[in-house]
Design a protein around this ligand. Structure first.
Ligand SMILES: [Zn+2]
Length: 242
């Protein structure tokens, strides 16, 4: 249990410091190099088994304290009027806003309707703007998601597609996982394999630092079931262009 009061209990020991500073290598590459190449390890967001033992209030208190420590280590004066509220603001922003999608309690409740119109072609919801954060650098990923599905008998409210995108975006993410998590959720809810997800995003860890390329974007896609055919992909691409 971390100590929330401002004393020195949080100070890492000499040995811990040494092990923290030791560089781990994977396949001959440093963590720094791998971070820039955005390693993707699986569909599930890697969460600890005790991820939800603490309440949101307790998490905010700890993050506020620890973020204040980071600021102090960097030499910032937390007595300054402009800076003193920052640790609390960051803690609140992490838990209530930009990382709120880590907590399954925040998953949107989805109501489905019968496909009374008997509409049996693809439905495309395009240009869904989202803001996420890269889990390797904790800086923003800004992008658009395009979602398509063919009803197997149920239809979903259009704004709910948007909410599913936002829920999975509000986590530390890699774009490949975000794409597959959204596709998986929609497959489960809509009880069909006929789902397509295309994500076109800018990673600030690529544009604002590192290689500093401001023009490149990353596109990932998932074509399931009926969408995994050249003709459906062309059809979908045409709707996205229009
Ligand atoms: Zn990154």
């Amino acid at each position: 249990m971390l100590n929330k009061t401002k004393n020195n209990n949080m100070k890492p020991s000499e040995n811990l410091l040494k092990s923290l500073l030791k560089e781990n290598r994977l396949n001959g590459f440093s963590e720094h190099e791998i971070g820039d190449d955005h390693l993707y390890t699986g569909l599930e967001t890697p969460l600890r088994s005790d991820a939800f033992d603490l309440s949101d209030t307790e998490k905010k208190a700890q993050i506020s304290y620890l973020f204040g420590e980071i600021m102090k280590v960097m030499g910032l004066d937390l007595n300054d009027d402009s800076l003193k509220g920052t640790p609390n603001r960051v803690a609140k922003m992490y838990i209530d806003e930009i990382f709120s999608g880590l907590n399954p309690e925040n998953k949107p409740k989805i109501a489905l309707f019968d496909n009374k119109y008997r509409y049996n072609q693809m439905l495309v919801e395009k240009n869904i703007t989202f803001y996420s954060n890269c889990e390797h650098h904790f800086v923003p990923i800004i992008g658009k998601a395009h979602i398509a599905y063919i009803s197997s008998g149920k239809v979903i409210g259009l704004s709910k597609i948007n909410r599913i995108v936002q829920y999975y975006a509000k986590r530390p993410q890699v774009q490949e996982r975000l794409t597959n998590q959204i596709a998986n959720e929609l497959k489960e809810i809509l009880e069909t394999e006929d789902i397509a997800v295309i994500i076109d995003a800018k990673h600030l860890c690529v544009s604002s630092r590192g290689i500093e390329d401001d023009t490149s974007a990353t596109v990932t896609c998932y074509y399931g079931g009926a969408f995994n055919t050249p003709s459906k992909i062309v059809e979908l691409q045409n709707y996205l262009k229009s």
